[in-house]
Design a binder for this molecule. Structure first.
Ligand SMILES: *[C@@H]1O[C@H](CO)[C@@H](O)[C@H](O)[C@H]1NC(C)=O
Ligand SMILES: *[C@@H]1O[C@H](CO)[C@@H](O)[C@H](O)[C@H]1NC(C)=O
Ligand SMILES: *[C@@H]1O[C@H](CO)[C@@H](O)[C@H](O)[C@H]1NC(C)=O
Ligand SMILES: *[C@@H]1O[C@H](CO)[C@@H](O)[C@H](O)[C@H]1NC(C)=O
Ligand SMILES: *[C@@H]1O[C@H](CO)[C@@H](O)[C@H](O)[C@H]1NC(C)=O
Ligand SMILES: *[C@@H]1O[C@H](CO)[C@@H](O)[C@H](O)[C@H]1NC(C)=O
Length: 345
């Protein structure tokens, strides 16, 4: 009897003690959010990409993305306070902007090299060796991986997707920079031998058929397939042509770019058709016609809509905010001594 009473009170004690402990721990998290995020970060953008500035009024990263303590600046007078200074490559190599090599660089400050362009558009990088600590690029092995888009789990699973009516054409393509020597141009020219002309729609500078973004997505959605052909075939380079023009528009992408395996690292394997899946363009054309005339097979390319949706990155400010959300995972000590080789590998 006595021992029972002792063990009951011991148990009571334990329960109460653990309750108090829980409350204390919870209290600490509630009243000290900085426990999770000890520092504010200032990210200085040295110049705006392609000369187009956005407003940095308000606390953008917090208000739009719930990232606390992340302050974006574009006023160069903030240089000495910035934890990270971001340099978009295009302006550096065209000479429109220069690295501030005359300023004393704070010991803890990191310089971040930013480019979402494929290597052939980055010029000769050897003048930029040994200045940068971090990179942001479409490459998965960059310090900050910044894809043009991605598939994310669907927010509202009960929202169903309806495949848009295909009333306009079999194949749509938008091309501005048409060069005969590009592989994509050759594939397109061959495709024309096997698909009737009235089943192909081409927009963009090349055919002097400019089209607004809004009209573009609507038009593409009315075609069975969209040629998401990249101008450069390099690792991880998958542009908005896939994410926005095809997947988001509701047309099945026919891709030409990196390998199928590379695409599959970022998109479900049943969401696209790869030019390299076929021995010839003739076979590709025959396959497209087959799929377009078989309702169920065609519908199977949209299965990813059941669980996923497309997220597209377009706003430079959003991209800059990710520096803060990833800051603590970034390598502490790093210098890109040979940026040239890293970009061109
Ligand atoms: C971080 O910034 C906020 C908002 O400006 C400020 O209230 C807070 O004191 C700062 N925290 C630190 C640790 O500097
Ligand atoms: C940049 O900051 C300096 C110092 O705070 C200020 O005098 C200047 O007006 C700012 N420039 C712009 C364009 O806001
Ligand atoms: C790049 O520039 C460096 C120095 O100006 C030069 O030595 C090198 O040959 C250039 N490389 C290419 C591929 O043009
Ligand atoms: C999800 O989508 C369904 C169907 O469109 C809609 O009825 C429902 O209100 C949505 N739920 C939320 C939380 O948005
Ligand atoms: C397949 O056919 C049905 C009925 O004709 C139609 O409602 C549906 O949209 C079609 N699916 C696709 C993917 O075109
Ligand atoms: C950042 O890069 C600079 C320039 O190469 C270098 O001097 C500095 O040590 C690097 N910082 C860190 C923390 O690696």
């Amino acid at each position: 009897m006595w021992s029972l009473r002792v063990s009951v009170s011991a148990l009571m004690f334990l329960v109460i003690a653990s309750l108090i402990l829980h409350l204390l721990v919870l209290r600490q998290f509630k009243t000290r959010p900085e426990h999770l995020r000890p520092e504010n970060l200032t990210i200085l953008l040295w110049h705006w990409p392609f000369g187009v500035a956005y407003s940095l009024k308000g606390n953008f990263c917090w208000e739009k993305f719930g990232i606390p303590g992340c302050f974006l600046e574009d006023n160069r007078s903030m240089f000495s306070q910035a934890e990270v200074v971001v340099f978009h490559h295009h302006e550096l190599w065209t000479g429109r902007s220069k690295l501030p090599l005359d300023l004393r660089r704070p010991l803890k400050q990191r310089w971040l090299w930013l480019s979402l362009e494929p290597p052939m558009k980055n010029g000769n990088l050897s003048a930029f060796n040994s200045f940068f600590n971090w990179t942001m690029s479409y490459r998965r092995d960059a310090d900050i991986f910044m894809p043009y888009g991605k598939l994310v789990p669907k927010k509202n699973r009960s929202k169903s997707f309806v495949v848009p009516k295909k009333t306009k054409c079999l194949v749509a393509w938008v091309v501005s920079n048409y060069k005969e020597q590009y592989r994509r141009s050759k594939v397109f020219q061959q495709l024309k031998d096997f698909i009737p002309e009235d089943q192909i729609e081409v927009y963009g500078q090349w055919k002097k058929r400019p089209i607004s973004n809004k009209a573009l997505l609507k038009t593409i959605s009315q075609c069975f397939f969209y040629l998401a052909f990249e101008n450069s075939e390099c690792t991880d380079y998958i542009s908005e042509k896939l994410w926005r023009n095809a997947l988001q528009a509701g047309s099945v992408p026919v891709v030409l770019g990196p390998s199928r395996a590379n695409y599959e690292a970022m998109v479900r394997s049943d969401a696209f058709i790869h030019v390299d899946d076929f021995r010839s363009v003739r076979e590709l054309a025959a396959f497209l016609k087959y799929v377009a005339s078989h309702n169920q097979t065609y519908g199977s390319y949209f299965r990813w809509h059941e669980s996923h949706e497309v997220k597209i990155y377009t706003d430079w400010r959003e991209r800059l905010c990710t520096i803060c959300s990833q800051y603590h995972k970034l390598p502490v000590r790093r210098v890109y001594k040979d940026l040239y080789s890293w970009v061109n590998q």
